[in-house]
Design a protein around this ligand. Structure first.
Ligand code: FAD
Length: 327
């Protein structure tokens, strides 16, 4: 697994959909590396993952639970050392191209919706029947239709421990930091285009400051806020992994609130920044074929607040804040 800071830096360089695919793969790998290495099967799997450079996708969202990742309807069943798992997944990015899948589900048919585990379904052990299309406003390159999954394989492929732990220690922080990093890449490119537009205007009327320069100062201020926020939380998360730090902090409500706030704030700021950049560039930002085009940025940006709905995250924060006293 690559270091978090290297992944964050790389995410700003790619087109948004490619970066999202890379981010989602890294999130799945992190879940295995940070929660599975107590098992020989998962140690061997990690070696193979590196050796064969396999691509891991996620089947977390499910018909009937939407973006509530901490609930599952489907359940894994184990008999004679073999698991069976069927899931009606709403959205599986690059499902058609992935090697293997990490699937969240209830621990057993008797388990509560929140008593979840993660199951590794390997190519050849699962079948995906496409149920919906991915004809979206943006993020089209993630190729994320719905699928009905049926799978079966060795029970050792059930990740040790609970998804509750994997989610709070790894999946949520990795998702919110990596998604925010790639959203920062979209925002940075939008502001770069806006800055080029303003400088071109300034050059065309030497000795005057174009009125759009004020707007550029404004949008650049929002970009700096977003960048500081993303880097701050990435650093805090990385520091919490060091042996000197109290790793228990990762389990606390304070940390969960901060991670949720990062996702809400960065996805909201992204839409605001791209919108400001569009207003600044005017019709040249609105055109698909102009060097100042912001059409794709805008289309991709609108997926950010929906990718686990911000209101859903606000609702989680609201209930935590009823009991959490600090910060
Ligand atoms: C580009 C992209 C790629 C994706 N790839 C994957 C993938 O590979 N694997 C995967 O599993 N999923 C993936 N998803 C799905 C994603 O993770 C979410 O599950 C999905 O976006 C949420 O779906 P929803 O809006 O229909 O559902 P819901 O979460 O049900 O939300 C619907 C609406 O209800 C609101 N709402 C819901 N609950 C509450 C509440 N308690 N309080 C207030 N408001 C609430 C939400 O804010 C939202 O407005 C992807 C999404 C995107 C955009």
């Amino acid at each position: 697994m690559t270091e978090m800071s290297e992944v964050c830096a790389a995410l700003g360089q790619y087109c948004a959909s490619t970066a999202m695919v890379f981010a989602m793969h890294q999130i799945q790998v992190a879940c295995i590396v940070r929660h599975g290495l107590g098992s020989q099967m998962f140690r061997d799997y990690c070696a193979e993952l590196v050796e064969r450079q396999m691509l891991l996708a996620s089947a977390t969202s499910e018909v009937g639970v939407g973006g509530d990742t901490r609930s599952s309807i489907c359940a894994v069943e184990v008999a004679d050392g073999i698991f069976t798992l069927n899931k009606d997944a709403t959205t599986v990015s690059y499902g058609a191209n992935a090697d293997d899948l990490l699937v969240t589900c209830r621990r057993s048919v008797d388990a509560a919706r929140s008593d979840q585990v993660v199951v590794l379904a390997r190519r050849g052990q699962y079948r995906l029947d496409q149920t919906t299309n991915w004809d979206t406003l943006g993020m089209r390159g993630t190729c994320s239709p719905g699928y009905r999954l049926s799978s079966s394989g060795p029970a050792a492929q059930i990740l040790p421990g609970s998804f509750a732990d994997a989610s709070s220690h790894t999946m949520v922080p990795y998702s919110h930091i990596l998604w925010s990093s790639l959203w920062l890449g979209i925002a940075t490119d939008a502001v770069t285009r806006a800055a080029r537009f303003v400088r071109a205007e300034a050059r065309s009327k030497p000795g005057t400051t174009p009125p759009t320069a004020l707007r550029l100062a404004e949008v650049s201020n929002d970009l700096h806020t977003m960048r500081a926020m993303v880097r701050d939380m990435a650093r805090e998360f990385t520091d919490a992994q060091s042996p000197n730090e109290d790793a228990e902090a990762l389990l606390g409500m304070g940390f969960a609130l901060k991670m949720n706030n990062l996702k809400i704030a960065s996805s909201t700021l992204l839409v605001k920044i791209v919108h400001q950049a569009l207003l600044l560039c005017g019709i040249l930002g609105y055109k698909n074929d102009s060097p100042f085009s912001l059409c794709r940025h805008l289309r991709d940006a609108y997926s950010a607040p929906l990718m686990i709905g911000n209101d859903r995250i606000f609702a989680k924060n609201a209930s935590m804040l009823l009991v959490h006293k600090d910060d």
